[in-house]
Design a protein around this ligand. Sequence first.
Ligand SMILES: [Zn+2]
Ligand SMILES: [Zn+2]
Length: 325
Amino acid sequence: MLEAPGRPLVCREVDVPAVSSGQVRVKVKACAVCRTDLHVVDGELPHPKLPLVPGHEIVGIVESCGPGVGSLTPGQRVGIPWLGWTCGACEYCRSGRENLCDAAKFTGYTLDGGYAEYVVADARYCFPLPGDGDDAAMAPLLCAGLIGYRSLRKAGDARRLGLYGFGAAAHIVIQVARHQGREVYAFTRRGDAAAQAFARRLGAVWAGSSEESPPEGLDAAIIFAPVGALVPAALRAVRKGGVVVCGGIHMSDIPSFPYADLWQERSICSVANLTREDGTEFLSLAPRVPVRTETQVFPLDAANEALARLREGSLSGAAVLVPGG
Ligand SMILES: [Zn+2]
Ligand SMILES: [Zn+2]
């Protein structure tokens, strides 16, 4: 539980929350650790619910359903993502862009999340998952996978694709991109030989440091690292008409750069949140790829350690918290 931004999480018993109309109570089996959790815990995102249980990549089993829940039943395995509630009435909701809803609520930010043994969620925003498979392996699909997939769609039909920051999201996106027949170029921190080898193992045709130029001009680049200086770097790596997609919810300031780097119809866009349609589409595609996630499992009590490892960049793949693990 986060009592105040900038402080470590406090491990204490939280009452099993009551379930009301339209909600389900879910026993958490696994919750992956996302970079956004770090930004929330560090106070870099404004106005979190406080005190707060972070975590928005949840895999669990429905334990009970409130009145009016028709879509899920007890015993069903579900995934709970970042998008936790939307108003359904604003201009964005009505035009198929619920990810931009004016009043949206987010799991592990403005709603309590999955660094817990139980979570209560609005049933309409839970994704039914197959009954078999490994909980911890599926958890990173719920954000790294989903946001990564939305970012990939923003890259259009780019054949040569750059990925800046090769962590949880990139290691999933590369598998989907390869499945789609794209060439992937992986950019990591300078000297991060382990991440570069990891990228090559997953099929990157080239892996190097983010200061390097790729051997070929790219059609698109996706930036997952929260580093604004990568935006001009990626712009210089893409060809005419190329797009640079910023896949993170928070990024340091973007330094100024010459207009020539943007000229020739290069563009920059960001990716905000997800829609339920993204989730349904990605979760049905993932087993066909098939996406395999690389995880490091931590017991729930070690949440601070998992966050620290993510901060220092010493994870390969995704950290996953497992209650009682
Ligand atoms: Zn996330
Ligand atoms: Zn709305």
